[in-house]
Design a protein around this ligand. Structure first.
Ligand code: TYD
Ligand code: MG
Length: 454
């Protein structure tokens, strides 16, 4: 048996190895492995009653009963509640991740104030800022008069002891990376510490019925710093995202045990803090004006909410052997596929053009339903033929060049109508009483229509 008292832990994924290496063999990250004193010795055999502590019998129960939805605590902030699946669930733990400076502390202070106003007792524990700093921010947000219990602390033992006596309904920890548990020798911010602290806090949430909101910083490559392990421990993971140079922020649920994942909440950062954006389509559409070629409005669904967003394409002749393809906000592999299908099935000539595709407003689209709108924008730019104004597009395309139906057509059309759109290009079979529908059953159909744009 090895005598070494050190093990090596990857700070990105938590993988433990006996030897140091430059690259973690579990997650493939470079320079993330650090030495760490071995954790308490092996537990020995658990079977046969060899251990010192006596095992307790666990009680089984049936699946029946408890069918009603969990109760929810509304924060009073509609966009935040929406992203959480309709409010906070007592006894749950949430992780809110985001780049430094994106506005996590601002958002959570506003949420704390909203909960306080709703007669919930809220503890806001910061390991990053002094109470004076937080008070200043509260003053700027005009929430200084709400009943929020503020503290600056980083020692997990102190925090848990305090929570057990104070019994708040909601606990906010800003941030999980600043906490340390004296039961572990590792330094604060290391994966061992973060995992241990998150684990204790999640346990506290389950036992006490309090809601625990953990703030986590994200590394450059988009992962919650160090511990992706925390993502597995908590009930919901929300990312707070910003597009560079833009004032709006998107709170995106990537995991939610109590609601729909991929739900989004949209905010705008103003001098008075984060304001809710109730109608996000307004952000992702450029102002009416004259119709330009290369733009198509996609009627999409983000989470459970329809959102209209403009897809912009620029296609220009290329002298390069391998023409450029550049895409922002959409999957580049999907773009390559779509271009190949357009060339092969609709007889177009994107192979000799540079292609740039951009989703307006910095939204990232993941739905396959955006294929047809992207194709419409690409064809419009290639032919230099603007699409008709007030027209939305949606539909998924297959490698054969045919256009497939997508889900929630009615919700998409309804949103379009609400925002003053009058016609839609959609897969065959879509009908609407309010909008003029132009059916496109193949990409060749679409291309022919865009060329003549009636
Ligand atoms: P902050 O919540 O401290 O970010 P995080 O906790 O994610 O690191 O937000 C900091 C930024 O928000 C900072 O650049 C200033 C800006 N801000 C405003 O624009 N308006 C405001 O009212 C507040 C409080 C912050
Ligand atoms: Mg902060």
């Amino acid at each position: 048996m090895a005598k070494s008292s050190e093990t090596y832990v990857c700070q990105s994924c938590g993988n433990i190895t006996a030897k140091w290496a430059g690259r973690c063999e579990a997650c493939g990250e470079w320079n993330t492995i650090e030495a760490q004193a071995a954790e308490a010795g092996p537990p020995g055999s658990l079977g046969g009653g060899a251990g010192k502590s006596k095992a307790r019998k666990i009680e089984f129960t049936s699946l029946a009963g408890g069918g009603e939805a969990p109760p929810r605590i509304p924060s009073g902030n509609n966009e935040f509640d929406r992203a959480c699946g309709g409010g906070l669930v007592p006894g749950s733990a949430l992780l809110i991740g985001g780049d430094p400076g994106v506005g996590k502390s601002t958002l959570l202070l506003q949420i704390a104030a909203g909960l306080g106003r709703g007669n919930q007792s809220v503890a806001y524990i910061s390991g990053e800022e002094a109470p004076a700093q937080i008070r200043m921010r509260a003053g700027r947000l005009k929430v200084q008069d709400t009943p929020v219990h503020l503290a600056a602390a980083t020692n997990l033992r102190d925090i848990l002891a305090t929570l057990k006596t104070e019994k708040p309904d909601v606990v906010i920890i800003d941030s999980i990376q600043t906490l340390w548990s004296d039961a572990h020798p590792a330094a604060p911010g290391t994966v061992t510490q973060v995992r241990a602290c998150a684990h204790e806090l999640v346990r506290y949430a389950k036992k006490s019925g309090a809601v625990v909101l953990l703030v986590g910083h994200v590394t450059k490559d988009g992962h919650i710093a160090g511990p992706r392990v925390v993502e597995h421990l908590v009930d919901a993971v929300l990312y707070f995202e910003a597009e560079q140079g833009r004032d709006f922020r998107i709170l995106r649920a990537v995991k939610n045990r109590f609601g729909a994942a991929h739900e989004i909440g949209v905010f705008e950062m103003t001098s008075k803090g984060l304001e809710e954006v109730a109608n996000p389509s307004s952000l992702f559409l450029t102002d009416g004006g004259e119709a330009a070629s290369g733009a198509a409005v996609f009627a999409g669904i983000e989470g459970t909410r329809p959102v209209l967003v403009e897809i912009q394409a620029l296609v220009s002749p290329s002298s390069l052997a391998a023409p450029r393809r550049s895409v922002v906000g959409w999957d580049s592999a999907r773009l390559s596929m779509l271009l190949a299908v357009l060339d092969t099935r609709a007889g177009l000539d994107f192979g000799r053009h540079d292609v740039f595709l951009n989703i307006a407003g910095g939204l990232r689209i993941q739905e396959p339903a955006a294929d047809l709108a992207a194709a419409a924008a690409l064809c419009s730019s290639l032919f230099d033929a603007p699409l008709p104004a007030q027209c939305v597009v949606f539909g998924e395309t297959a490698l054969s060049g045919s256009v497939r139906p997508v889900n929630q057509s009615d919700a998409r059309l309804k949103e379009a109508q609400k925002l003053g759109f009058t016609s839609a290009v959609a897969p065959a079979g879509v009908a609407s009483a309010d909008l003029k529908i132009r059916e496109a059953s193949t990409l060749a159909d679409l291309a022919a229509w865009v060329r003549t744009a009636d």
